[in-house]
Design a protein around this ligand. Structure first.
Ligand code: C2E
Ligand code: CA
Ligand code: CA
Ligand code: CA
Length: 279
């Protein structure tokens, strides 16, 4: 019976592995992950819907655990937030992503925008502006090629502090977008005041398209509102050609999802960029 239990354990998804693995062990491991080079980034293409060109990528972190294999971010980013480890991890992500974006700009002679996820804890760190500035300065990446993705929750936390931080970041010249849009609370008056470039429609609204008429209505409404506020719209989680076609009809500006490219290592992205000629 013991043996049987052991075999079953191997079938568990990594997220169950995380539940079984003690919190303390995970934290100890995560502390060492950075110095042991166990973190790495994948990049997912972001496509301009009308030209079908890759115009940007989103950096997505992974942890190659020495015993448990590859751990997805949903299994360790929450712990990283709780423990504050997200601050050094986030800085590493930012620097690695900026270095890569600069390399693509030089080797592919194409300006590829790099989107980086920021967690609430990073956004509250008073050193954030300095961290972003030095990542840009050290890598030579132009600020307009860096986009920071924030969730509604992060933005709604503390109105005054949020405005100050957003103004500082916009002052540097980096772009801002609101991630998972539609799943949290967004005050419309806030959206008007924030100088945000893009709304990313959460993939939960895209998944049922084109059949789901309610999600279609929400998607169209978000696009109309964003355009009215002079923001662009990125659809996340585009998994079929039908969805892409519908989004094009709705006037959606950009799309990201498995249909267009899964998160991939940098060399795979380099090949994709090389395969498409500059417009
Ligand atoms: P997110 O920012 O909403 O990222 C999009 C997630 O959707 C990614 O999951 C991506 O692999 C997945 N995805 C992309 N296309 C499709 C699709 O067509 N269908 C479906 N079902 N999923 C798709 P991933 O890489 O596991 O990341 C999960 C979350 O972890 C991210 O959600 C983000 O909130 C967080 N995360 C990832 N990297 C970082 C990071 O460097 N820093 C921080 N703070 N958070 C990160
Ligand atoms: Ca994101
Ligand atoms: Ca998202
Ligand atoms: Ca998310």
């Amino acid at each position: 019976a013991k043996n049987c239990g052991k075999n079953n354990a191997k079938l568990y998804s990594s997220s169950l592995t995380m539940q079984i693995m003690s919190h303390v062990k995970l934290e100890v491991g995560l502390r060492k992950a950075l110095q042991n080079n166990e973190l790495y980034l994948l990049y997912q293409p972001q496509i301009d819907v009308s030209s079908a060109q890759i115009v940007g990528v989103e950096a997505l972190v992974r942890w190659r655990h020495p015993e448990h294999g590859i751990i997805p971010p949903n299994d360790f980013i929450p712990l990283a937030e709780e423990t504050g480890l997200i601050v050094p991890i986030g800085e590493w992500v930012l620097r690695t992503a900026c270095t890569q974006a600069k390399a693509w700009q030089q080797t592919c002679r194409r300006a590829i925008r790099m989107a980086v996820n920021l967690s609430a804890r990073q956004f509250k760190d008073e050193n954030l502006t300095q961290i972003v500035l030095s990542a840009l300065g050290d890598t030579g990446l132009e600020p307009r090629l860096l986009e920071l993705e924030l969730t509604e929750g992060t933005l709604m936390d503390d109105a005054r502090a949020t405005m100050i931080m957003l103004e500082q970041l916009r002052g540097i010249g980096v772009l801002l977008s609101i991630d998972d849009f539609g799943t949290g609370y967004s005050s419309m008056s806030y959206l008007k005041r924030f100088d945000v470039r893009a709304l990313k429609i959460d993939k939960s609204f895209i998944v049922g398209l084109p059949q789901d008429s309610e999600n279609a209505a929400i998607t169209r409404a978000i696009i109309a509102m964003a355009h009215g506020l002079k923001m662009i719209v990125v659809a996340e989680g585009v998994e079929t050609g039908e969805q892409l076609l519908l989004l094009e009809q709705y006037g959606c500006d950009m799309a990201q999802g498995y249909f267009l490219g899964r998160p991939a290592p940098q060399d795979a992205i380099t090949r994709m960029l090389a395969a498409q000629r500059a417009p």
